[in-house]
Design a protein around this ligand. Structure first.
Ligand SMILES: O=C(O)CCC(=O)C(=O)O
Length: 228
């Protein structure tokens, strides 16, 4: 059914979120206090990491409705929310994101399973790198809150790069031709596997470009671990 997601690690869906839930999500996000945003050195704000932890009113909207239904349908099992990030490119906070794979997830608890590695704590939240077989099963659902044509800092991806955990050097080796630009309209959803190599350029338009990047999983966690 999702042939492109399986083969290439990403897929733009033709179904968009309808306007009522989209407006509800936008109003919850707009109520975010400035202190929830991460800041660049010049003081401009650009993203809220763990926005599901920062904004309690957001979690129920991510745990029922369109986004989790999509994840359940695609992963063919009931899924759990893993993480949520609001990326907010706007004039004055508009940046190039270098190519990378998303390797780390927020986590609660502990495990002795040595396949869970690279533990760290940032802003009071624990992160871990799950084993690659868990990584491959994660699904990111990127909801576009604004129009995101290619020139507006759209995500660029390397089709097929989602199967393996790559070294930083291997990620840096992809040349310009390897990247495919993923434009999307407001309410549209780009599905992607977090191991897909991705980057984005600074927007060339003086327009806001908000994307709510939500990760879901159907994996059974080892005893002692829980998603946040
Ligand atoms: O939305 C973007 O432009 C960057 C996204 C990103 O870096 C990420 O999803 O890890």
């Amino acid at each position: 059914m999702n042939a492109r997601l399986d083969a290439d690690g990403f897929e733009l869906l033709h179904r968009a979120m309808s306007s009522e839930p989209l407006v509800e999500l936008q109003s919850v996000l707009e109520a975010a206090p400035q202190t929830a945003f991460r800041q660049r050195r010049n003081g401009s704000t650009y993203a809220i990491r763990n926005v599901h932890l920062e904004l309690p009113d957001l979690r129920p909207l991510l745990e029922r409705g369109f986004l989790i239904s999509l994840a359940n349908e695609i992963l063919k099992s009931p899924t759990t929310l893993v993480s949520a990030t609001l990326f907010d490119k706007q004039p004055g906070a508009n940046w190039f994101v270098p190519p990378h794979q998303d390797l780390f997830v927020p986590i609660a608890g502990t495990t002795d399973d040595p396949r869970w590695t690279n533990w760290s704590t940032k802003a009071g939240v624990r992160y871990v790198e799950p084993p690659v077989e868990v990584q491959r099963e994660l699904l990111a659902v990127r909801l576009h809150l604004d129009a995101c044509p290619g020139v507006n800092g759209a995500l660029e991806v390397v089709p097929g790069s989602h199967r393996k955990r790559l070294s930083e050097d291997a990620v840096a080796e992809f040349n310009e031709e390897a990247f495919e630009v993923c434009p999307a309209g407001p309410g549209e959803v780009l599905l992607m596997r977090p191991l897909l190599v991705h980057r984005s350029h600074a927007a060339k338009l003086p327009e806001r470009r908000r994307v709510l990047h939500v990760v879901y999983s159907a994996a059974v966690l080892p005893k002692g671990l829980e998603w946040t």
